[in-house]
Design a protein around this ligand. Structure first.
Ligand SMILES: Cc1ncc(COP(=O)(O)O)c(C=O)c1O
Length: 442
């Protein structure tokens, strides 16, 4: 259990997280996997040399595979094709066979990972299909371990329990135990957009229109698993894939907890609830189901995040930000086209400026730079008595106020030493390379 330090700033009460990646398979599912295997052994369903077949998003598979290694069973797992490649590779690494099935088919479609697992179970002798969705050993494992641990670790002071809901085991087994200790304890289930739980809880309607593909892995469902006991979940909050991804990254960077994507969902939903409802003296516990390594190619990959439009928006500084910092009375310094070159050089020296727009009345007709003028005087000293209009360069280019610094910088070169912008009050400002450098570094 870890007390969060940073993402919880400004929230009343205490927020603790139960970090489940400390389990040997790096997820909360180890707890129920070994329990399902041992209960099957006790019931005489699984005998030496048997095969464990399960439809799993990866973590249950890992828990079952580790139990199988220890106890000498074979494992075959069916997985939806949206699951990360890391999860598939990890299961293979611990000796399991993995069959990848399409995500976007109905659960009772023969190609779905539920149906394929059931079919294999019928065909392979001495095999069990634990079916984590409906197997009571799943919630029971959390009733026997997660619940009592949270109760003891909080000294009986926990007032709120938050968890993502997939099979429902980690929410409902834990909630049952905690509510038995304190019937006032509030539970909040985290659901995702594209899943049926929230609407079902609120209306009793299983709405097929709520079902559509989503990216977050491990929770939210298009079925009602028996392990989800809606009476034990006081309310649901839905969290988007994007909010979850951003929060998972924040937990890693701001709390040093390298957690998985659904942990981001749990935390985002928990904070949303806490901001509105948590009071001084309350103690909220949030279950963080797994480890970040399984999402290195997704949530923890900047390219993937950008491709999905998930990276936090960066606000780019613009020309407006440069002139905003300027003093009201620092008006634009200009010279008339009739001014003598020698005179203009003196003024530029005095004012400490090296680029000046040349005007004819209100019109910007040209520009001069100190270096260019100096070059011309060295070549021919008598030009200093000529009007600047005879030797000026082309006028500076006007740019829009919202032009970003990178674009401004790309517009400045040997031939364009400064740019002009007109503000909302029709005042004209000059922007040089020096201004851009200053804006970029401060
Ligand atoms: C990463 C992840 N998050 C959340 C969950 C949801 O947990 P439960 O099935 O106990 O509801 C799972 C379950 O597979 C999971 O693997």
């Amino acid at each position: 259990m870890v007390k969060l330090q940073n993402v919880t700033k400004g929230i009343k009460g205490t927020i603790l997280v139960k970090v489940e990646y400390f389990n040997p398979g790096n997820s909360t599912k180890d707890r129920m996997a070994i329990k399902m295997v041992e209960d099957a052994e006790k019931a005489g369903l699984l005998k030496p040399g048997g095969t464990i077949i399960e439809g799993t998003s990866g973590n249950t598979g890992m828990g079952l595979a580790l139990a199988a290694v220890a106890k000498g069973y074979k494992c075959i797992f069916t997985m939806a094709d949206k699951q990360s490649q890391e999860k598939i590779n990890i299961l293979k690494a611990v000796g399991a066979e993995v069959i990848v099935c399409p995500t976007n088919v109905e659960p009772d479609d023969p190609r779905s990972y539920y149906s394929v697992a059931r079919k294999l179970n019928k065909e392979i002798p001495n095999s069990i299909y634990p079916n984590q969705y409906d197997n009571p050993s799943n919630a029971r494992a959390h009733y026997e371990t997660t619940g009592p641990e949270i109760w003891t670790q909080t000294g009986g002071n926990v007032t709120h329990y938050i968890a993502t809901v997939g099979t429902g085991g980690s929410m409902c087994g834990t909630a049952k135990y905690l509510k038995e200790q304190n019937k006032k304890l509030i539970t909040v289930g985290i659901d995702t957009y594209g899943s049926v739980f929230k609407k079902y809880k609120e209306t009793g309607i299983f709405d097929r229109n709520e079902i559509y593909p989503y990216l977050t892995e491990g929770f939210g469902e298009d079925i009602l698993p028996k392990n989800v006991d809606f009476d034990l979940i006081d309310q649901f909050i839905k969290v988007t894939d994007k909010d979850a991804a951003i929060m998972a990254r924040r937990l890693s960077r701001e709390e040093g907890l390298f957690v998985g994507w659904s942990s981001g969902s749990a935390m985002h939903g928990a904070l949303e609830y806490a901001r509105e409802n948590l009071k001084e003296g309350d103690m909220m516990v949030v279950l963080l189901p797994d480890h970040g390594t399984r999402y290195l190619n997704k949530v923890y990959n900047d390219h993937w995040m950008k491709d999905h439009g998930f990276l936090e928006e960066r606000t780019f500084s613009t020309a407006k930000d440069i002139v905003r910092g300027r003093n009201e009375k620092d008006g634009l310094f200009t010279v008339s086209r009739d001014a003598r070159i020698g005179e203009v050089i003196k003024i530029m020296n005095r004012e400490g400026i090296d680029q000046v727009p040349v005007v004819d009345g209100k019109e910007f007709v040209g520009s001069v730079g100190a270096a260019g003028l100096l070059e011309k005087i060295i070549e021919n000293p008598s030009v200093k008595d000529n009007p600047v209009g005879n030797l000026m360069d082309k006028p500076m280019q006007f740019v829009a106020m919202d032009t970003t610094l990178d674009v401004l910088s790309s517009m400045l070169n040997r031939n364009n030493k400064a740019l002009l912008i007109r503000d909302e009050q029709e005042r004209v400002h000059i922007i040089t390379q020096h201004d851009i450098l200053k804006a970029m570094t401060f």
